[in-house]
Design a protein around this ligand. Structure first.
Ligand SMILES: NC(=O)c1ccc[n+]([C@@H]2O[C@H](COP(=O)([O-])OP(=O)(O)OC[C@H]3O[C@@H](n4cnc5c(N)ncnc54)[C@H](OP(=O)(O)O)[C@@H]3O)[C@@H](O)[C@H]2O)c1
Length: 313
């Protein structure tokens, strides 16, 4: 089968479309014929070797975490052959990758895609939607009336975080470039701030939760925007952030680090929201598997609006 692989860490030119053997599902696993994949910054960061402590030095590595497709073989009681599914690989070493004709996943990494929900919508929400849900619901404890600021709201995680925060009952402010203010408002922001204008810093409104999706706000800025008992959530891993995540859990202001995990229950919640139209993924662009380099070029501008989709079949 075809798969995107790389033989060493480096720039996107390292990515190659190669032939690899198909793996057989073990107990609790299923093999999915992939139709759509959504890209995530993690795909590029790991390929560049930014987290080589976790990903190790065995090559070739595979690429891609989000997928949608059709179950082709199942050794899980949860899934049967022919079902449409979507999901995200909980992958750190990249021995598996979804940018391929087939992906073998564990049964907690997938959920059934309801009738009428396009494959690309499933792929688009799997990792980014799980991140937003786990950050806002589990770390931020967002509920009715919670005031939430989402920094970097126009990308893959941010566009879903706005919609999910609203579904949880929050009042949402966002930051983005001026070009994306209207998008953020359309998705549910009460106030959309242009991060380049300096206005947010001047007016300094207070929030119960600051979700720094872009990961670029200083600690002082986040603290300056938080109400008492507020929670700052960051997406960018690091040793200092991981330590503060532990040490501040019972402090007046908590600093939490989201590390998304694949959970079937969360994927099922996202599927239900997709089916009812409660969340609608924003798609920046679509590429064929043969144009995967162009897809990564687009991702690596760091200015995609929503998700980038790779059409595999
Ligand atoms: N820890 C975890 O579990 C986890 C999970 C998922 C993602 N992440 C991380 O979260 C980050 C965001 O992920 P993503 O999928 O949303 O990425 P993405 O889709 O590539 O984000 C692109 C967005 O970033 C915005 N942006 C660019 N420069 C900005 C700036 N200076 N200030 C604020 N926003 C800016 C852009 O908005 P404009 O074009 O309007 O500037 C664009 O819409 C990445 O670093 C990713 O690795 C972590």
């Amino acid at each position: 089968m075809r798969a995107i692989t790389y033989a060493g860490y480096g720039p996107l030119e390292r990515l190659e479309l190669t032939e690899v053997p198909m793996s057989e599902p073990r107990a609790g696993e299923l093999r999915v014929r992939v139709t759509r994949v959504a890209l995530n910054p993690k795909d590029a960061l790991f390929r560049k070797g930014k987290f080589r402590v976790l990903s190790g030095s065995s090559f070739p590595k595979r690429c891609g975490m989000d997928f949608a497709g059709v179950v082709e073989a199942s050794r899980s009681p949860q899934f049967s052959v022919g079902q449409r599914v979507f999901g995200m690989l909980d992958e750190w070493r990249f021995r598996r990758g979804s940018l391929a004709d087939y992906v073998t996943c564990r049964d907690h990494e997938a959920a059934v895609l309801p009738d009428g929900v396009p494959d690309e919508a499933g792929a688009a929400v799997a990792l980014a939607g799980s991140t937003a849900l786990q950050a806002l619901r589990d770390l931020g404890r967002v509920g009715q009336g919670t005031r939430v600021l989402i920094h970097g709201a126009s990308g893959g995680v941010g566009t879903l975080a706005i919609q999910i925060a609203r579904l949880l009952g929050a009042e949402v402010d966002t930051t983005s470039s001026a070009a994306n203010l209207e998008l953020c408002k359309r998705l549910g922001a009460s106030v959309a701030w242009d991060y380049a204008s300096g206005q947010l810093a001047e007016e300094k409104p207070r929030f119960d939760v600051v979700f720094d999706v872009h990961g670029s706000l200083s600690r002082a800025t986040v603290r300056g925007h938080l109400a008492p008992r507020g929670v700052g959530i960051n997406t960018v891993p690091g040793a200092a952030r991981a330590v503060r995540d532990l040490l501040t859990r019972w402090s007046a202001i908590a600093e939490r680090l989201i590390v998304v995990r694949a959970r079937r229950g969360d994927l099922e919640q996202l599927a239900a929201w997709l089916a009812s139209g409660a969340i609608v993924p924003v798609i920046d662009s679509r590429f064929s598997l043969a144009r995967v380099h162009d897809a990564f070029r687009c991702l690596e501008t760091k200015h995609a609006r929503g998700k980038i989709i790779v059409e595999v079949a």
